[in-house]
Design a protein around this ligand. Structure first.
Ligand code: PMT
Length: 410
């Protein structure tokens, strides 16, 4: 499916053994419809030839600032052409140059001259990666808003085992595709997060242990990927995510009111909130007194199902969460169907290490067509990016499919 049709990617290749993986990356982008231009550093041509990249991309490969064919502004031409610049592999040396703004070859000059978002996939020996100088340079890149993909841990070409391997092409493809799809389109997403609080009297309520971490991470990840995000949050002690419009509510009814209003203009809705399924049938205006030897009976009424209500809206991609302690996938699949969702994120909440109030989470992404993608335990920030990327790719595929059906009818 050509989800990147019309997108232009400048691929920078530097001098590391992982350069051979760049060919696979080019193929993945091209299969998705993107146009790729390669720029290689002088060191990179020792690992793979410009001819290989020229054959794959169908374009001249830029390697030499002072080549006879270069009019002297190839780096500016390449910089202006790109929708996204990606350096994969990025050596410690090139990362250091970018951090300092050095432009001593065609690639570093193009990066300095480019206004396109930049993605860097580090690749180096684990000791070079751990070196304080490299760590400092990577921190500088991050602070400038440059996206880092990887590196991964594992066996290295030099025989060491550790962190520094370039991420797999499929992973770099997934993240860059998601950035390209959502960027600059002003698309709207609504996310619910945290618990709800259902009052019993002025001092007591029914609530749960949701900290809001997962929902806030999703809101931040969606904003990073270019979505215009409205976060409808229950009572939590987290700061508002940067660049996200956040509204704070207490009860499920208030959450429904805001979610419904915002979702009507949105393209995507994610229900990550742990909504109280029941609320007290009546709320006492004064504090309920303890009466001797007398039990206390609380009558409960069912709350509205927020996600099921918004899922009825036309053209809204609806993503739910299933928080389960047993038979996770069975219940999650059932919720996907019964709530009429496009996707559900099944997470096991029986362990203190994942689910409620933890920093990490582990999940299975279940699609409407039955496809299931397990995601191993990772930080909620990383899982959030995975989920947003999965949503972006799903939406882009649907759009590409309806475009080709439309073209077929004409
Ligand atoms: O906030 P954290 O501490 O980071 O924890 C994250 C989390 C565990 C709360 C989160 O990952 C999660 O699983 N959220 C959904 C919790 C939940 O209520 O699951 P559920 O299986 O009961 O509900 C299924 C879906 O219906 C959810 O999308 C929920 O938002 C939605 N729902 C439920 C009830 C209701 N009345 N209205 C709803 O919209």
């Amino acid at each position: 499916m050509e989800i990147l049709k019309g997108k232009k990617i400048l691929l920078g290749i530097t001098g590391g053994i992982a350069a051979y993986k760049s060919c696979e990356l080019v193929r993945l982008w091209q299969k998705a419809g993107a146009d790729v231009m390669a720029v290689m550093t002088p060191a990179a041509v020792n690992f793979i030839t410009p001819l290989t990249l020229a054959s794959l991309t169908g374009r001249e490969v830029l390697t030499d600032t002072f080549a006879a064919s270069n009019t002297g502004i190839d780096h500016i031409r390449a910089a202006r052409w790109a929708d996204l610049a990606v350096i994969a592999p990025a050596t410690a040396n090139t990362i250091a140059k970018i951090a300092c703004g050095i432009a001593d070859n065609l690639l570093t000059s193009a990066v300095l001259a480019s206004r396109a978002p930049l993605v860097v996939a580090p690749a180096m020996n684990c000791a070079m990666y751990e070196n304080a100088a490299t760590q400092n340079n990577l921190r500088i890149l991050k602070e400038r808003g440059i996206a880092l993909v990887g590196p991964d841990s594992g066996y290295q070409a030099c025989g060491d085992i550790g962190r520094g391997r370039m991420s797999e092409p499929a992973e770099i493809f997934r993240q860059t595709a998601s950035m390209l799809i959502a960027s600059g389109q002003n698309r709207r997403m609504v996310i619910t997060a945290g618990p709800t609080e259902e009052p019993i009297d002025p001092v007591r309520c029914i609530t749960n242990r949701s900290s809001g971490k997962m929902g806030y991470a999703l809101a931040q990840a969606a904003a990073v990927r270019g979505w215009k995000v409205k976060l409808v949050s229950g009572p939590v002690s987290l700061p508002d995510p940067v660049g996200v419009e956040t509204v704070r509510i207490r009860t499920a009814s208030e959450m429904l009111e805001h979610a419904w209003r915002e979702a009507r203009d949105a393209e995507c809705f994610i229900g990550c909130a742990a909504v109280a399924d029941f609320k007290p049938s009546s709320v006492s205006e004064s504090k309920i007194k303890k009466t001797a030897n007398d039990g206390f009976k609380l009558s409960l009424t069912q709350n509205p199902d927020i996600i099921k209500t918004v899922a009825a809206l036309d053209n809204l991609f609806t993503v739910g969460f299933a928080a389960e302690t047993d038979d996770l996938l069975v219940y999650a699949r059932h919720k996907l169907q019964s709530k009429n969702l496009d996707m559900i994120i099944a997470n096991d909440v029986s362990s203190p290490l994942t689910g409620f109030n933890s920093d990490d989470n582990e999940a299975t992404i279940i699609y409407r067509n039955g496809r299931e993608t397990p995601v191993p335990k990772m930080s909620k920030e990383d899982l959030a990016l995975r989920i947003i990327d999965a949503i972006n790719c799903e939406l882009a595929e649907t759009a590409a499919l309806s475009e080709s059906e439309e073209n077929g009818r004409q």
